[in-house]
Write a protein that binds this ligand. Structure first.
Ligand code: FES
Length: 183
């Protein structure tokens, strides 16, 4: 791993606003950043929040965290790959993250998770044997007004039921089947 930067604290950040994508999950990262006053020592905590919100740490997230903490990307990447509890990409072709925060939980999020287990045989943190679908759970995704919330392939979807989630995923998995060979 690269040598650790010596500066302990970064009193200012350079973007002055929320993430341009408007994805509410970045607000969760921002909240953690603020709670730790943008201290570089909070890197692991911030990466945890990012992984809980997004399910895994794609490069875009690592870049965002590095910028906010004013750390070299190589350092952030090094930390993310060093610890086994961080995952840099989903294992499945598609991902479904179910929010299990309080607001979503009371609106039957656990039933959505159970329906995924029953239909696809995967528990949170697992991928189907054919590599098509990874399922994960997260804490509050920052869109409680839409509870229960799921995120399918990066798209935040609200007011889900076990039925709507299953039909979405079945349609998605059907369309991702390989085309039959002509002829
Ligand atoms: S508890 Fe699910 S979005 Fe807040």
């Amino acid at each position: 791993m690269a040598a650790r930067p010596t500066a302990k604290r970064s009193p200012r950040r350079d973007d002055g606003g929320e993430h341009p994508s408007g994805d509410p999950r970045f607000k969760l990262i921002d909240r953690t950043l603020k709670r730790f006053q943008y201290q570089q020592d909070a890197l692991i905590e911030v990466l945890h929040t990012a992984q809980e919100a997004f399910g895994f740490l794609e490069e875009d997230l690592l870049i965002y965290v590095a910028r906010q903490l004013k750390l070299p990307l190589s350092w952030v990447y090094g930390v993310a790959t060093f610890y086994h509890f961080f995952s840099l990409k989903p294992q499945g072709e598609h991902t479904c993250i179910v929010c299990m925060g309080t607001a979503c939980y009371v609106k039957r999020a656990a039933e959505i998770v159970a329906s995924l287990q029953a239909e696809f045989g995967v528990e949170p943190g697992q991928t189907t044997p054919d590599g098509k679908l990874s399922v994960a759970t997260a804490r509050c995704l920052g869109s409680c007004g839409l509870a229960p919330v799921i995120v399918v392939d990066g798209e935040v979807l609200g007011r889900e039921t076990p039925e709507t989630t299953l039909s979405r995923l079945k349609a998605l998995l059907d369309t991702s089947q390989p085309e039959p060979m002509a002829g």
